[in-house]
Every structure is written in structure tokens, then in C-alpha cells.
Design a protein around this ligand. Structure first.
Ligand code: ARG
Length: 588
């Protein structure tokens, strides 16, 4: 039986279905392996494997398939080539009609929901309390937010977890200092993000200085750690002040990043404190973890660290303290058993990949992870400076994230301002666009390279109007919107009876691929593939615009059909960019 093709199926899908139906019975589950191609619109290579299986001559089999293909509306031409490939050209009518069906599908643009969608808990944007955020935290936030947008759109239920670093022995020092110098932190409600961070920094530096020079203070700080761990009320209240103050700062950065972060999803390391003793007990009882020199550890034969030495995962230290691993193992239990996650996704620096490898393996041995519940770390690479070394200020310090974002916005605003007069933007619009372009530039630069690679933070390149940048895409979008405004065309209709010019076909077939490309990029957790799709869309649009007059086309219906292509391109661009967390101003 031929597969059921949904109303908004792409040309690609319809063609794949028609081919599958024409394959011989033995090939019922065979994949025609249909791909876009330079020689025709599509090429199908699947017959080769099928012929091999059936011990048939591939060219003959291919010829039989061609004779059996019946869908006359879809196919303009099929020919057998090479050892048994099929080169397929589709009709102009099929392209336009299919696009029209997608265009009629509102906000979803014909993109199907994933029938196997589950629940993904995504761990991203996890800075550390009382510490400045750095470019690494930026990557986690940007990549995580984009993945979440993509997953949501394909029907996955997503739950965010911002596993902030809000626990550890450093709090003994910080809290003790605050007790002895009570006025150094203003109440969280009285400060903005910048003041909050500057206060925290001062406390951090000052307490560190006393800690390093004063043995008696060091001892008091150590006792404070014990008080914190045993839940002493006064100590916990002061700890909470550090957390609250830090959140004021985090939120200010996320807001600058134009990113929504929900308070109920900020669930830091400390949130798992109550679960940790039980986690340790379960691990020890099952024998997954063993006592070694007083500590509770998990050993792995297959996981080796530096110098090829086996590295154990420390669940509990000999002094009874729990650390990062215990918190992550407890978080897995919580996410799987209480949040019912089917997928755990971590967007964390690739330098922590060994930690996650061990944590995941331990969780698998415990059965918390299994074939139905899987975990992945989208380990991302390092942000490099123009010199190719890890990004630092000239003085060798970590670059402050807000400074970086402010500079991006400043540069972008200058770019926007240059064209502003010509299109009559108000000052308020210039400021707003500058922000969207600047923040978009930073996000896009991050998202357009595959996450595991290092990338250079180069503001000149990021805000350049030419090349693979968000500004280029944003300008493409704004240009289309301006044409649509000029034509006063709210929702231009498609004209499937018209012949298409080569640039129209190329644009049309690329638009056709949106659903599949987005689905693949999402399944592979690869925002850079969506970015690449969008960049190519904008490039194909530019060629179309150069070669095919829109408002001055030959006939009114050709104008309308081209406006239809403009409209669908704009809607696809803005949808794709918004999934990546990037805005597309209407006038730029
Ligand atoms: N706060 C950590 C850091 O800044 C990242 C946390 C990652 N998430 C986790 N579940 N361990 O390095």
C-alpha cells in the first residue's frame, strides 16, 4: 500500500512516496534515498541496494520503476542514469501547489509534529553564584535556548533546568566574611544587575584576601561550611542572600541576551542536597559504587583520563562531603523519576565531557538511564579571541559578558543608523533594531558553527552585512517586508498554472525543504544546520530578486506569484530565526 501523504507534505516527501510505491514488492521497506541534486531536481540512489538484494540488474530495475511511477502531476521527467540512479525533475505546478499548501498552514508552515515526541529536560544557562558569567556561559545559554525553541516547535515537551553553581566550600568563606562585614552586600531588591555583580565581586575578592592571609579566619570559614551543610538557619539565610543577589545579576544578563529564563527552572546544585545521601546509599547497595580509602567511588575500565589512567567518579568524599557528581547523579534521578524525562540534554562545556561520560555510565548501571531514557551532552567548544587563543582581555582577564554584549549592540546600532535616515526610522526604532541586530549577531555567530568546534569571537565579522551573518539574514527579511508593503499584498495567492524561472524553482525547492531540514537539525541537536538552511534561503532569495522582477513582472498574476514566494520566504526566515532566538525587525 502506498504511504499516506499528508496535505502539507513536501514535494520531496510526495516524490519519495511515489517512488516507494513503484518499487517492487520485495522492496516494500526500501528507502529510495531521494536527495536534492545538481543534475536534476532530485536524485534517487536506493535502487542500487535494492537490486543487489534481489540479485537483479540495477539499470533494468530502475527502468521498471520508471514505468511504474504513475504520479503524472508531480513528475516532469524521470531518467535512469549511471549504474541505476534516477534523476527526477518535478513539475513547476507541483512545486507551487505544494508551497501553497504549506503557506496555508499558518504558523507551522507545514512542518509536521514529531509523532514520537517525548519530554526533554534540558540543562543549559548555568552560571555560578557570586561569580561573573563568562563567554562559556554565553554559549550554553544561546545554544540551549535555540535547541529548546527547535524542540518545542517539533512537539517535544521541554523542561529547562539551570543547574547553577550555588553550593560548595567557597560559601563558608563568603558567608563568614559577610557576617564580619555585614554592610558589604546591599539588599537584592535595592540593586541592579551591574551593582549586584560589582558588590559580589568585592566580597569575593576581599574574603579571598582574608582567607589567604588570616589563619584564624580560615578556620572560622571552615566551621561556617559545616554550619551551612548542617542547615544552620542564620548561615542558610546569608547563603540565600548570595543566591538572590546573583540572580539579580543573572537576570540582567539574560535580559540583555533577549532570552526568557524562568525562576522555577533555576534549580541549582543545592536543590539536590536532600537527595544525595539516598543517591549514595542506592549506589553503594547495588555495588555500582564502592568504598575506596573512605570515599565512595564508581570505577570504570573503559573510561580513562590523562596519561591513560582510569579515573574514578567520586560520589562522596572520605570526610562525608558530597560534590558535583553526587549532585548530578541526584539530578538525573529527579529528572527521570519525577519529571518523567525521556531525554536528558546537557549543554555544557566540552571540557566537562569526561565528568558527564562517567555520570551517565554510572546512571546506566543503576538503570536510571536505559534504552528508553537517554542522556546527551552537547559539549561545546571554546570561544577564542581574534588571535585564536581563548578569549581574554588585553590584561589577560576573562572578558565581562555585559561589556561584550554592550559592544556588539553599539557596533550594530552604528550599522543600523547608517541606513536609518533613508527608510525613516525614529530614534527609538534605531535603538531597538540596534539591540536586535547586535544580540542577534552574537547569537548567530555562536549558532552557525557546529557546537563542538571552537569559534572566534570577532565583532567586525559578526556585524558585517555580507557573508554568513545574522545581519545579512535580517536585512533579507526586512527587504522582503518592504516589497510586500509596497505591493500592499497581505497574503498573496500562488499561481500554480505559471511556469517558473530557474531562480524561482531553486528558491521554491529550498522552501520546500524547510520541514525536513528543521526536523533533521532538531533530531541531531544541530542548530548550525538550521542556520545554514536559513543562510542559503536568504542567498537563493537574493538571486531570485536579482533575476526575477517582482513588482514589474510580465503579468499581474506573475507579480502575485512572486509576491507569494516573497511572503513565504519571509515567513520561513522569521520563523527559523525566532527558533534560534533571533529577532527579525520589520524595517531595517
Ligand atoms: N555551573 C557549571 C559551570 O559553570 C555548569 C553546570 C552544568 N550542568 C550540570 N548539570 N552539571 O561550569
Amino acid at each position: 500500500m502506498a504511504p499516506v501523504t499528508s496535505l502539507t507534505a513536501s514535494v520531496h516527501q510526495r516524490l519519495a512516496d511515489a517512488l516507494s510505491a513503484a518499487l517492487p514488492e520485495t522492496g516494500a521497506d526500501a528507502d529510495p534515498l531521494l536527495r536534492r541534486s545538481d543534475r536534476a531536481d532530485f536524485q534517487a540512489n536506493g535502487i542500487l541496494a535494492l537490486a543487489k538484494k534481489a540479485k537483479a540488474n540495477p539499470r533494468e530495475l530502475a527502468t521498471q520503476v520508471v514505468e511504474k511511477i504513475t504520479n503524472g502531476d508531480l513528475l516532469a521527467d524521470v531518467e535512469v542514469s549511471g549504474p541505476g540512479f534516477l534523476n527526477v525533475t518535478v513539475t513547476d505546478k507541483a512545486i507551487t501547489e505544494t508551497l501553497a499548501a504549506r503557506a496555508a498552514d499558518g504558523d507551522r508552515l507545514g512542518v509536521p509534529l514529531n509523532p514520537a515526541a517525548g519530554t526533554t529536560v534540558i540543562d543549559y544557562a548555568q552560571p555560578n553564584v557570586a561569580k561573573e558569567m563568562h563567554v562559556g556561559h554565553l554559549r550554553s545559554a544561546v545554544i540551549g535556548d535555540a535547541l529548546r525553541g527547535m524542540l518545542d516547535f517539533t512537539g517535544e515537551k521541554t523542561i529547562g533546568r539551570h543547574h547553577i553553581g550555588d553550593w560548595g566550600t567557597q560559601f563558608g568563606m563568603l558567608i563568614q566574611y559577610l557576617i564580619e562585614n555585614p554592610d558589604t552586600l546591599a539588599p537584592a531588591e535595592d540593586v541592579d544587575g551591574e551593582q549586584a555583580m560589582s558588590n559580589l565581586n568585592k566580597v569575593y575578592k576581599a574574603s579571598r584576601a582574608v582567607f589567604d592571609s588570616d589563619e584564624a579566619f580560615k578556620e572560622r570559614a571552615r566551621k561556617r561550611v559545616v554550619a551551612l551543610q548542617s542547615g544552620d538557619k542564620e548561615t542558610l539565610d546569608l547563603w540565600q542572600r548570595f543566591v538572590d543577589e546573583s540572580k539579580v545579576y543573572f537576570y540582567s544578563v539574560f535580559e540583555k541576551l533577549d532570552m526568557e529564563v524562568r525562576d522555577d527552572e533555576i534549580v541549582g546544585e543545592s536543590a539536590y542536597n536532600d537527595l544525595m545521601p539516598e543517591t549514595a546509599r542506592l549506589l553503594e547497595e547495588s555495588g555500582v559504587a564502592v568504598r575506596s580509602e573512605g570515599a565512595l567511588v564508581v570505577f570504570f575500565d573503559e573510561i580513562r583520563g590523562k596519561d591513560d589512567q582510569p579515573v574514578p567518579l567520586i560520589v562522596q568524599k572520605a570526610d562525608g562531603g558530597f560534590g558535583y557528581a553526587a549532585s548530578d547523579l541526584s539530578a538525573i534521578r529527579d529528572r527521570v523519576l519525577d519529571l518523567n524525562a525521556t531525554t536528558l540534554l546537557y549543554v555544557v562545556d566540552v571540557r566537562q565531557s569526561l565528568h558527564f561520560k562517567m555520570v551517565f555510565e554510572a546512571a546506566r548501571r543503576m538503570g536510571w538511564l536505559n534504552d528508553d531514557v537517554t542522556a546527551h551532552n552537547m559539549g561545546y567548544g571554546t570561544v577564542l579571541g581574534a588571535d585564536g587563543k581563548p578569549f581574554k582581555t588585553r590584561a589577560g582577564e576573562t572578558v565581562r559578558l555585559e561589556d561584550l554584549l554592550d559592544e556588539a549592540v553599539e557596533r550594530a546600532t552604528a550599522v543600523v543608523r547608517e541606513k536609518a535616515e533613508k527608510i525613516g526610522l525614529t530614534e527609538a526604532e534605531i535603538i531597538e533594531n540596534g539591540r536586535y541586530v547586535g544580540i542577534g549577531a552574537v547569537k548567530y555567530a555562536d549558532l552557525s558553527t557546529s557546537a563542538n568546534r571552537d569559534y572566534k569571537f570577532d565583532l567586525d565579522q559578526m556585524v558585517s552585512l555580507n557573508g554568513d551573518t545574522s545581519v545579512y539574514l535580517q536585512y533579507a527579511y526586512a527587504r522582503i517586508k518592504s516589497i510586500l508593503r509596497k505591493a500592499d499584498a497581505a497574503s498573496p495567492a500562488a499561481h500554480p498554472e505559471l511556469e517558473l524561472a530557474p531562480a524561482e524553482r531553486a528558491l521554491g525547492l529550498h522552501l520546500d525543504a524547510f520541514g525536513e531540514q528543521l526536523t533533521d537539525a532538531t533530531a541531531e541537536y544541530a542548530p548550525h544546520k538550521l542556520a545554514a538552511y536559513l543562510y542559503q534561503l536568504a542567498s537563493l532569495y537574493t538571486t531570485f530578486y536579482d533575476q526575477c522582477p517582482v513588482l514589474k513582472a510580465d503579468t499581474p498574476s506573475q507579480t502575485e506569484n512572486r509576491l507569494f514566494l516573497c511572503d513565504l520566504t519571509a515567513r520561513t526566515l522569521t520563523k527559523g530565526m525566532s527558533l534560534l532566538g533571533i529577532r527579525t525587525p520589520e524595517r531595517l
